[in-house]
Ligand binder design. Sequence first.
Ligand code: FMN
Length: 669
Amino acid sequence: MTLLKKLLTPMRINDLELRNRVVMTAMHLNLTPEGKVNDRILAFYEERARGGTGLIIVGGCIVDDLAGAHWMLDLRDDSCIEGHARLAQAIKRHGAAAGCQLYHAGRYAHSASMGGRQSIAPSPVPSRFTGEEPREMTPEEIELTVRSYAEAAARAKRAGYDLVEVLAGTGYLISQFFSPVTNLRTDQYGGSPENRMRFGLEVAEAVREAVGPGFPVCFRIAGNDFMEGGNTNREWAEFAVELERRGVDLISVTGGWHETRVPQLPMSVPRGGLAYLAARIKERLRVPVIASNRINDVFVADEILRMEMADLVAMARALIADPYLVQKASEERYDEITHCIGCNQGCFDRIFYLQPVTCMLNPRAGRELEYRPERAAEPKRVAVIGGGPAGMKAALTAAERGHQVTLFEKREVLGGQLNLAAVPPGREEFWTAVEDLEAQLDHAGVEVCLETEVTPETILEGGFDAVVVATGARQAVPPIPGMELPQVAMAWDILEGKRDPQGKYVVVIGGGAVGSETAMYIASIGTISGDALLYLFTNRGEDVETLRELCSRGIKRVTVVEMLDKACRDVGLSTRWTILQDMRNLGIEIRTGAVARRIEEGRVVVEVDGREESIPADTVIIAVGSCSENSLYEQLKDSGLEVHLVGDAREPRKALEAIQEGYEAGLRV
Ligand SMILES: Cc1cc2nc3c(=O)[nH]c(=O)nc-3n(C[C@H](O)[C@H](O)[C@H](O)COP(=O)(O)O)c2cc1C
């Protein structure tokens, strides 16, 4: 009997039968440079359908010229229907249901992405998301836009989709009408909640009319805008009740707006941590509800359903990371699942820079046509040196192709720098990545030799045909006078627990990802845990302000010294602001444009704008980057063996690149 009680059970939505409760919610993937369905996006979705997903919703699809970027999936006119028909068919061929999301960004649309045209919105309230001011919609434009949604819905139905979804949350057009923050109108579309709902409800009615009574219509709403003065869960529940009255069959509840300061996507969001938003809305409805955000694990998903917090679960990035997640779960191959860890390196961070989607843990995502793993014609004996992310992925990929693989790691554990990245608060999911890879290596039959220092002779005399060198990097040691003093420690040694920060005042030299995360780790020492917070809060042990302080003020005073004008430059856009916000919350002082000149007893002397300043320091931590560790490669490259150099050993970069290179080496051997 399966351990999952509810996740894999079928359900009905209006005329549609779903094979299970897993919904891949809409994601703009940037795989369609012209906005037209192409083979690349077909292959991406077909794989997720083949992998057992219940309902796949594609999009967002722009409904008219001012709806959003013209390279998003296009549903603006009938010429788009043929491409969408191919996409719907590709999904349905494998037993998944296909949905199509209708998208209008309103003031979240950037003029540069719409041929220079100014965006439209209920009122001309500038958008922090785009840095632009929209134009107020005229009553005629409101009517036309309602019609655009309806016409796009009809096209989606003609294309063969099983369901249409209207995106009404996340700060997009319908939520802009609903919010008193962005709707300052004085006509029948502004003012009272009823008036602010009017536009969204007109869209619901028009879409229903366009698709007819049996066809499933979903609305994707915010569970809470998480915006000062915006709609909370209570108002959105009212809106959902009205949508249900207008014949909407399904409500998908996501988090807040793009402009909110409450993070909803990075790994610091607890797994299933926003499901309560869906649960509170479900209480008010008869139609089914989808819970969303950071549901990356089938057991978390199943529990949400079993506890009746929702009827379906959204697993968006989880299915980028592992298209076969549902199939593996249904075959009880739980330890073979690759969990999305919410790093956003391959998805959000690339989409922001208009690059196609991929995944740090699944380099094949978005490149299904490019990477086609095949069984090796002749199995080889492959040595992989280095058990960090690049080495683990290389070993796994080679073994899955039928090679006999030995993975050598000089430390006592696998995972390399992922283990360090996991130490700061809210970054623990990096350990999930290590655990998944370990389980998969085991399953693929890779021989893992820990605490094994490899020499060229080990390889040359070991009878290997090919070697992948993934020896990683070592920390850079800057030429700062005073580096030899006993209070100086390297960041990795602190994160690994080899050295403890001494005294109250800690200065971290280097404000990149490693320096910032080390600073967060140290600044959180002495703060209370989530459990302690709950205990103190529910028992009214401390007042709310004291609790906030206990969560965010530890016992160390931490300063980060960064010579560039910004900290965390090497962190992706989607996560950078959350780390900077966490650092501020933890009281970490960030000194940018500051060059460390020397370290002395009890202080670091920095130069800022040509003047020297002294920062108190009982411990000084060095985090100024790393250099490739590739001496073994140099010794092996002319040995006559097939040798591949991957990851930081080639050039220090992010895990995204390291894992991709490991994967490619695993495909090449
Ligand atoms: C690259 C990317 C693009 C997205 N684009 C959309 C979109 O167009 N419409 C939408 O409703 N949600 C969009 N989302 C949000 C997802 O549907 C989902 O709500 C979010 O990723 C949180 O769920 P998860 O933790 O399961 O990934 C996008 C997410 C990603 C990663």
